[in-house]
Design a protein around this ligand. Structure first.
Ligand SMILES: Cc1cc2nc3c(=O)[nH]c(=O)nc-3n(C[C@H](O)[C@H](O)[C@H](O)COP(=O)(O)OP(=O)(O)OC[C@H]3O[C@@H](n4cnc5c(N)ncnc54)[C@H](O)[C@@H]3O)c2cc1C
Length: 442
């Protein structure tokens, strides 16, 4: 094993503490000989606080927690959290279809309390190379290390035409609850037809005592489309598929990512149903005067100031006509994108890039021309090479286990999974006993 000595550089520094690097820290608890520290700019753990809506639920089963996928006996599992807080039986009885995101956030914060490798309130400003060592620097502190794991997450994606106007009343969804605009009697426009757009639209209609005057929900998609959660689609969230995808040609990977969009970015069916029922209720049962507009196949093309509010122009993607709407509040549920963090500036030109992304090795280290022993690993930054599972919670422990094995130079975690049900890979034509004759089936 390649472990550092007590006084030299440590083995690993994690930058950012979201679910990804928290999983890494949790899995390293069993292996204290891998000397690691994690730095987070925020004063405490927060999981997308601006979108922690009261009824928002997890889009994965709770077994996709920080550890269970590779270490189901870990003391940092979600089940252990429930047991520690004496709520296991009630949790079973409650029979939630999905766990509330607020409860998973409690679990994450509890896990943070069990770990002594986490430093909050420490922004990493720079990663530099000093001989054979990486130096991670913040304001008035530095930490030498042999490897760095970037867990800095994604950045808010804002359409170009909206960028100059970002403010308290025209905001990205990540700021939705932080801004907490009063909406009663206001004209609100929600842009984006994914899960976040749906959650915000539903939330705006939830308080019968403080309804907006109007709510428009616009999406580029041709309809408000459900997340595909069927069993075979869920095979895309397996290590086997991630490895298969990794070996495909770049252009094919890009095509597949576009085709598989609704397997990751659709709206959960339960939420679509709740929205439909609420619209029905408001229109036919309560008779409230909130004007609801559902507008799919619309692309935002222009934003302008209009008095104290906004003038928002859409192109209808099927008719090629334009529509302009006036609004007091505009919420951009336009997603997230990866951007290389500024703290890498000093070594950025030594890191190999492909389009907007890094060139990522099978162990999640990036290709760069630094010393052989110095590695930079990435979490949540390899969708273009690993597929739609990469930004989600589902495979995080498996990815972390691979990173740990690579840093340790030996197999501390078993990352070999059973073969997936689906044969993604082309098979040699040899006929094996007990399997169908492939030649005859073609
Ligand atoms: C509202 C929302 C709900 C989601 N729900 C689900 C779900 O149910 N299921 C699912 O599979 N996926 C979900 N996702 C997708 C994904 O799982 C989450 O985005 C997840 O938080 C990604 O984890 P992360 O650790 O990569 O990044 P983040 O959670 O974004 O954490 C990154 C951290 O790095 C810190 N940081 C950044 N730069 C620095 C620096 N220079 N120095 C120090 N710290 C720094 C940030 O402050 C932040 O705390 C959701 C995404 C969103 C936006």
């Amino acid at each position: 094993m390649r472990y550092s000595s007590t006084n030299g550089p440590i083995d690993l520094v994690g930058i950012g503490i979201g679910p990804a690097n928290l999983s890494l820290a949790a899995l390293l608890k069993r292996h204290p000989r891998v000397r690691a520290r994690f730095f987070e700019r925020r004063a405490e753990f927060q999981w997308h606080a601006g979108l922690m809506l009261p009824n928002a639920s997890l889009q994965v089963p709770f077994l996709k927690d920080l550890v269970s996928l590779v270490d189901p006996t870990s003391e940092l599992s979600f089940l252990q959290f429930l047991a520690t807080h004496k709520r296991l039986l009630c949790f079973i009885n409650a029979n939630f279809p999905q766990v509330l995101r607020r409860e998973f956030n409690q679990y994450y914060r509890w896990a943070c309390e069990q770990l002594d490798t986490l430093d909050f309130g420490r922004e990493v400003d720079a990663v530099e190379l000093d001989g054979e060592t990486l130096i991670v620097r913040g304001n008035g502190w530095s930490q030498p290390t042999r490897s760095v794991v970037l867990g800095t997450g994604l950045q808010a994606a804002v359409p170009d035409c909206a960028k100059p106007w970002l403010s308290t009343t025209l905001l990205h969804a990540s700021q939705y609850l932080i801004n907490n605009n009063p909406v009663e009697g206001k004209r609100v426009v929600v842009i984006g037809g994914g899960q976040t757009g749906a959650e915000v639209f539903h939330h705006l209609l939830s308080d019968s005592g403080a309804m907006p005057a109007s709510v428009t929900w616009a999406s580029r998609r041709w309809n408000f489309a459900p997340l595909d959660e069927s069993s075979f689609t869920n095979e895309l969230y397996t290590p086997g598929y991630s490895n298969y995808f990794y070996d495909l040609p770049e252009t094919l990977r890009a095509t597949l990512l576009a085709e598989q969009k609704l397997a990751s970015d659709g709206v959960s069916s339960a939420l679509l149903e709740a929205i439909y029922r609420r619209v029905y209720e408001l229109r036919y049962v309560t008779g409230m005067s909130c004007n609801l507009q559902l507008r799919p196949a619309r692309e935002l093309i222009a934003v302008a100031r209009r008095g104290d509010g906004w003038s928002i122009t859409f192109r209808h993607l099927q008719r090629q006509t334009h529509e302009t709407i006036h609004a007091d509040i505009v919420v951009l549920c336009t997603g997230y994108a990866y951007g290389m963090p500024a703290c890498l500036d000093a070594i950025a030109d030594r890191i190999e890039r492909s389009g907007d992304g890094y060139v990522v090795n099978p162990d999640y280290s990036v290709r760069w021309d630094g010393p052989k022993g110095c590695r930079i690993y990435v979490q949540n930054a390899a969708k273009h090479q690993r597929g739609i599972a990469d930004p989600n919670l589902g495979l995080i422990p498996w990815r972390c286990a691979q990173i740990i094995n690579s840093v340790a130079g030996c197999q501390l975690y078993d990352v070999d999974e059973a073969a997936p049900f689906v044969h993604w890979e082309a098979q040699p034509m040899a006929v094996q006993s007990g399997t169908p004759d492939l030649e005859m089936m073609s």
